[in-house]
Design a protein around this ligand. Structure first.
Ligand code: CP3
Length: 351
């Protein structure tokens, strides 16, 4: 890996993730690299996102674009949660405007044979190469590596495409718990291998995306999902990098998602940030401006941004973000102003 920049350990994002005071609240945006940026659209062209991810020079440049444009406090690796499954040949692609598509979904025990262990340096060496290029270019700005959590990746492999109900996924989870646990365990190992390789190559924080966990009740989450995510987060502990754990609509799961082994719990816009903080005592939080609010006039955006900061109330351990990804139709100029506002007005005591 590249030699870490001497100031990296003091980066506001890493300090906030560890609950330390900061002079300015760090901010980055989920899906900051993407179709809202004209420079992204110009570079990406028409091909599959998976082809772009397999090209380290291109993927590194796309990762850096939002850092240059917005002055955000972190980059997030340009990749996707289905990259490891695609790399071992499970038969996954990503349909533009829709999301992951699986040609032959996971339905029976026999499908376990299609999920061999993921070996990052053999199956997807381009990921570590991209990380190295990005980390060299970023200097004192952290790179966040990421993986899909076992439940969310399982939902794509089982449904075969994005789903509103997760019907087949829930049918398997409740109807065939032994198979479900085997599947989740393999996906946990896949996420672990992927995250460790990213950290080894130089990522200085990681985010585990359990985007669709909010479709579950707390008892079901705790029994059938949390153990696999906890295995992933525990496996990262020894690396010492902060672990962010995020899902959409997870207000009722925040405490459990923290207990799964996160240092930072990501919060969507449905739970006010002060309430979210009370559900994850002792942990940092990340969020939680509604991405759709950013389509409203600037005064409204500024007002809602200040509301997030006010609800945090200057406490250490806040990373500003949206409650979910940037909407493709958003004017990037608005996000640049949000970054400036958070940097001007956000602080935490003692920093
Ligand atoms: O800037 C970043 O956030 C970094 C890159 C990133 C992508 N996917 C690139 C991408 C990250 C962190 C992801 C994670 C991801 N992928 C998640 C978890 C985050 C979340 O949104 O909850 C999920 C659920 C996926 C699966 C996936 N991939 C979906 C649902 C889609 C959307 C389909 C679409 O076209 O809108 C994708 C495609 C995708 N992944 C795009 C990008 C920039 C857009 C398509 C493209 O440019 O080809």
């Amino acid at each position: 890996m590249a030699t870490p920049h001497p100031d990296l350990a003091d980066a506001p994002l890493l300090r906030a993730a560890r609950g330390r005071p900061v002079r300015r609240v760090p901010v980055w945006f989920m899906r900051q690299a993407g179709r809202s940026l004209p420079e992204y659209r110009a570079l990406r062209g028409e091909g599959s996102i998976l082809d772009a991810i397999r090209d380290p020079a291109l993927a590194a440049e796309i990762t850096l674009q939002p850092v240059r444009r917005y002055g955000v406090d972190a980059a997030i690796l340009f990749s996707d949660i289905v990259v490891p499954a695609a790399a071992i040949g499970f038969g996954v692609d990503v349909t533009p405007g829709v999301g992951p598509a699986v040609s032959t979904p996971f339905r029976t025990k026999a499908d376990l044979d299609r999920l061999r262990p993921f070996e990052p340096e053999i199956d997807a060496p381009y990921v570590a190469e991209t990380v190295r290029l990005v980390v060299d270019a970023l200097g004192a700005t952290p790179l966040i590596g990421f993986a899909g959590a076992p439940f969310t990746v399982a939902s794509y492999l089982i449904e075969g495409r994005p789903s509103r109900t997760y019907g087949r996924t829930k049918a398997m989870m409740h109807g065939e718990p032994a198979l479900w646990h085997q599947l989740l365990d393999r996906l946990a190992d896949m996420a672990i291998a992927s995250l460790l390789a990213q950290v080894e190559a130089g990522a200085s924080a990681i985010q585990l995306f359990d985007s669709w966990a909010g479709s579950l009740s707390p008892d079901v989450y705790q029994e059938l999902v949390m153990p696999a995510s906890a295995k992933v987060l525990a496996a990262l502990e020894a690396t010492g990098v902060p672990r962010i754990h995020f899902g959409v609509g997870t207000g009722e799961l925040l405490t459990l998602m923290g207990d799964a082994g996160a240092d930072v719990v990501g919060v969507d816009w449905r739970v006010p940030l002060d309430v979210a903080r009370s559900r994850v005592p002792g942990k940092a939080v990340q969020g939680n401006l509604d991405p759709a609010v950013c389509l409203a006039p600037w005064d409204v955006v500024a007002d809602r941004t200040r509301d997030v900061l006010r609800r945090n109330g200057g406490r250490p351990g806040h990373i500003f973000n949206l409650g979910h990804g940037v909407l493709p139709e958003l004017d990037p100029g608005v996000l640049a102003r949000v970054v400036d506002l958070v940097h001007e007005e956000g602080h935490s005591d003692g920093g």
